[in-house]
Design a binder for this molecule. Structure first.
Ligand code: NAD
Ligand code: TYD
Length: 350
């Protein structure tokens, strides 16, 4: 019998890249995508794998314990790769409770169902929790980095809820012996990214000649990683990471928001046949985000040394690829910005 692997949040940005990679690469796995299809989940993202025999979709809200438990009993997965989450900091500031429910309670439901199913027989089992570098809080502009030993100091309701979920994952390992692994990754960019996040929002606004909102003075620093690189390393960690361990994942690629947006404007001016400097005029400085973390930067030496991984793509190249994808997929952007995809899939799965 094929091994069943649960991937949660597979209809989202990173999850869809992980699902595609696993479905294409591992014919001997049955990949079960568990996703509630919130505003951020879109089955369009997976239409190229939807008909493959080793792919199954289950629409489920991970906060619903009974339904999650039913699916664990139905498929008896030996592995879980958990990405389902509310992921946008600005939304967490306006509505923290949905973050607490999905990110903390939802994660606990999955942990508990895995523990109940595996009943102490942990051979060949693994619960992989995909987390964020934001749990570590913020760095100064002083050349320091987040390591796996950095103290947790989350500032936003989003990062606090992810920190809470990380603690529960470790608690299930330490208390019940659940075989777990956690990774904390820096900011991702690439195709299928919901256009509320900085890069896809800016690409869309530049294309439509709308203003590009930059919080504060644009001096905040993020460490950007191409999403396919993240999916590839999730595969490596899921299969080779050490039980109970944490791995930091980063792009070694720090940019202030303003420099990043200027580079993006330059790339897009070229692609859209505009004169250089035209799109930069769209930059608009707006009120800063509350509690805005100044700088994130990851030291991923542990991952590089122990599992031999490093990012494959230069930022300019990744950014060009990303812009090309958005320009070639205008319909996708239109659908997600109008909410059209939700109407369609709501009908199919209700
Ligand atoms: P996303 O918002 O694009 O997708 C989240 C997915 O989870 C969606 O498909 C959504 O429908 C699903 N989901 C949300 N609530 C759910 C619920 N209650 N039940 C079932 N499914 C639900 O997120 P993303 O950017 O792809 O992030 C995926 C994971 O990676 C998250 O755990 C996030 O914390 C982590 N992460 C993201 C980044 C980043 O830069 N995007 C960086 C590091 C870590
Ligand atoms: P975002 O893509 O929301 O990711 P995160 O907050 O998880 O790092 O934001 C990336 C950076 O861009 C962050 O410093 C906030 C900033 N930002 C803007 O300046 N304007 C925007 O419209 C958005 C969405 C983000």
């Amino acid at each position: 019998m094929k091994k069943h692997i649960f991937i949660t949040g597979g209809a989202g940005f990173i999850g869809s890249h992980v699902v595609r990679l696993f479905v294409d690469k591992y014919a001997d796995y049955q990949i079960v995508n568990l996703d509630a299809l919130t505003y951020a989940g879109n089955l369009e993202n997976l239409k190229d794998v939807a008909e493959k025999p080793n792919y199954i979709f289950e629409k489920v809200d991970i906060t619903d314990y009974e339904k999650v438990d039913f699916l664990f009993k139905k498929y008896q997965p030996c592995g879980v790769i958990h990405l389902a989450a509310e992921s946008h900091v600005d939304r967490s500031i306006t509505d923290p409770f949905v973050f607490i429910r999905t990110n903390v309670l939802g994660t606990c439901n999955l942990l508990h169902c895995a523990k109940e199913l595996w009943k102490g027989d942990f051979d060949g089992k693994r619960f992989y929790h995909v987390s964020t570098d934001e749990v570590y809080g913020a760095l100064e502009n002083d050349g320091t980095f987040f390591t796996e030993e950095t103290k947790y100091q989350p500032h936003s309701p989003y990062s606090a809820s992810k920190a809470g979920s990380d603690h529960f994952v470790r608690a299930y390992h330490d208390t019940y012996g659940l075989p777990i692994v956690i990774s904390n990754c820096s900011n991702n960019y690439g195709s299928h990214h919901f256009p509320e996040k900085l890069i896809p929002l800016a690409i869309n606004n530049i294309k439509l000649k709308r203003s590009i909102p930059i919080y504060g003075k644009g001096e905040n620093v993020r460490d950007w990683l191409f999403v396919d690189d993240h999916a590839a390393v999730i595969d490596v960690i899921f299969h080779n990471g050490k039980n109970g361990d944490t791995y930091n994942i980063g792009g070694n690629n720090e940019w202030t928001n303003i420099d990043l947006i200027r580079l993006l404007c330059k790339i897009m001016d070229k692609k859209l046949g505009r004169t250089e400097g035209e799109s930069e005029k769209l930059i608009t400085f707006v009120t800063d985000r509350a509690g805005h973390d100044l700088r994130y930067a990851i030291n991923s030496q542990k991952l590089q040394k122990e599992l031999g991984w490093k990012p494959s793509l230069q930022f300019e190249e990744g950014l060009e690829k990303t812009v090309d994808w958005y320009l070639a997929n205008e319909k996708w952007v239109e659908n997600v910005t109008s909410g059209e995809y939700q109407k369609y899939y709501k009908k199919m799965y209700s």
